[in-house]
Design a protein around this ligand. Structure first.
Ligand SMILES: Nc1ncnc2c1ncn2[C@@H]1O[C@H](COP(=O)(O)OP(=O)(O)OP(=O)(O)O)[C@@H](O)[C@H]1O
Ligand SMILES: [Mg+2]
Length: 458
């Protein structure tokens, strides 16, 4: 302020001096020239200021002259501080945005009219949005599932809504809306397909187990009632008791199979890598098969190449045993059951059971290893099946990184083959031998069904 009056004051003092020496006319001349120069100086600086103010954000602040230099450098300093603030702010927004992108859930910000204001990439993928086109569009135009529209309309956002993704019906999404600000909403979308599948499996499993236990329990309690209320003769009593025993045995088998499954699923129960010779195991299984068949089938064993297998002998015996017991159970008397072992060119070892039984039509094959899945419930139950056998086989094979290959034709028969990975099989090409065990001489041995389960469940 003070510096701004220095120049006019100096001109006045100079004019006063000139007045004394040269008179009033000369003094007026000095004032006119001095103030004229001052006005030019101010106009030029003002012009520079105007041009700068009208220019873009990147325009450098003019340097200015005289008093203007001070003013311009003050503007320049303030601008530098503002720029630094802007940079900080932009950086913070960027960090927030990358944090929002890093969140594994989809997030959409909706305005008061439920129009899309912002969405992270995950939300765009889950809900099929494309921000380039959909920014500002009402969300219900893009996510049209009735459950979602209803959820948004009710305004009750205490719980999440479950919807099937419109991009893939197999994907289930949980949508949760969180109101914030002034009637704005944050929508969070999460892929809960796995969680839902597990919950459904648990529900199905409990329903199945209850159902399986209900039948024998009903039968037993019916018999108990009869025994209590009726005066039966010794022969009838024995018959009823033996029927009750059968039902109790079926429940026991079910519980044993469930315990086996849970032991196999337990994370703490890791598979042992003991090496064992496959041939003695195959011989034992084939002997059990013959005992189970009661000479009703022709059972043969064909070993193309003896081998040492790394894995749990008990678990594999249980898995192989189940395949064999199925073959016998689902092959009418007079049929053939061929057990075979070979080592393929890639080093994998294959145990196969081929029967000439009833076979399985193609639509059932992918579901056979599901718990309690039976093609013909009554037939399986009549033969004492729990429907857990192949589920146990699948678990054992998973633990051994082995595959189950199923080929079947209704009316012709089936082949169930277990392929053990090469790293679990040490073949001995040199000592190739062919062991064909003729049928008939049923070896001693208990039931082959779930032969190894006892070891697992206790
Ligand atoms: N070799 C086979 N031939 C025809 N059907 C078969 C054969 N093996 C399995 N199945 C079908 O697959 C279903 C499931 O077999 P799984 O071994 O899991 O159960 P299960 O034999 O009924 O009972 P268990 O638990 O006692 O083994 C059987 O009920 C049967 O319908
Ligand atoms: Mg079975």
């Amino acid at each position: 302020m003070l510096s701004a009056v220095v120049a006019p004051a100096v001109i006045l003092v100079l004019a006063a001096g000139v007045w004394i020496v040269f008179g009033a006319g000369a003094a007026c001349g000095v004032i006119a020239i001095g103030y004229g120069a001052l006005i030019v100086h101010h106009v030029r600086n003002l012009d520079a200021l105007t041009r700068w103010a009208q220019g873009g954000d990147q325009e450098a602040v003019p340097e200015g002259t005289g008093v203007w230099r001070t003013a311009f450098s003050a503007i320049y300093r303030r601008k530098r501080v503002t720029r630094a603030h802007e940079r900080d702010l932009a950086h913070t927004i960027e960090r927030f945005q990358s944090a929002a992108e890093a969140i594994p859930d989809g997030m959409v910000v909706l305005d008061t009219q439920n129009r899309i204001k912002w969405a992270n990439l995950r939300a765009q993928a889950l809900l099929g949005l494309d921000l380039a086109h959909d920014m500002g569009a009402p969300l219900v135009n893009l996510v049209r599932q009735p459950e979602f529209v209803r959820y948004l309309d009710t305004g009750d956002f205490r719980d999440a809504a479950l919807i099937d993704s419109h991009r893939d019906a197999a994907v289930t999404l949980a949508i949760q809306i969180v109101p914030f600000g002034v009637a704005e909403k944050l929508l969070i979308a999460r892929d809960v397909t796995q969680v839902e599948a597990v919950a459904r499996m648990r529900r199905d499993f409990i329903a199945n187990v209850s159902h399986e236990l209900k039948t024998p329990l009903t039968v037993i309690s019916g018999f108990v009632e009869t025994l209590q209320e009726l005066d039966l003769d010794e022969r009838q009593r024995t018959r009823f008791l033996s029927l009750m025993r059968e039902q109790a045995a079926s429940m026991q088998r079910l519980v044993e199979d469930l315990l086996t499954l849970s032991a196999l699923e337990s994370e703490h129960n890791t598979v042992g890598d003991e090496p064992f010779a496959i041939v003695p195991l195959l011989l034992a299984i084939s002997a059990d098969a013959k005992s189970l068949s009661h000479a009703q089938h022709e059972v043969t064993l064909d070993v193309a190449e003896p081998a040492t297998v790394l894995g749990s002998r008990d678990e594999l015996a249980s898995a192989f045993g189940n395949l064999v017991s199925n073959a016998i159970r689902y092959t009418p008397a007079g049929g053939t059951i061929r057990l075979a072992w070979r080592v393929d060119g890639d080093g994998s070892g294959v145990f196969s059971v081929t029967d000439s039984g009833i076979g399985i039509s193609a639509e059932h094959v992918p579901r056979l290893t599901e718990r309690f899945y039976r093609v013909d419930r009554s037939r399986s139950r009549a033969t004492g099946g729990t429907g857990l056998g192949l589920a146990i086989v699948k678990h054992v094979l998973l633990r051994h990184q082995a595959d189950l290959e199923i080929a079947s034709e209704p009316g012709k028969g089936s082949t169930f083959a277990v392929r053990l990975p090469a790293r679990r099989v040490r073949g001995s090409r040199a000592a190739t031998e062919n062991v064909v065990v003729p049928s008939g001489d049923a070896a001693a041995g208990a039931e082959v069904a779930h032969a190894g389960n006892d070891h697992l469940s206790h």
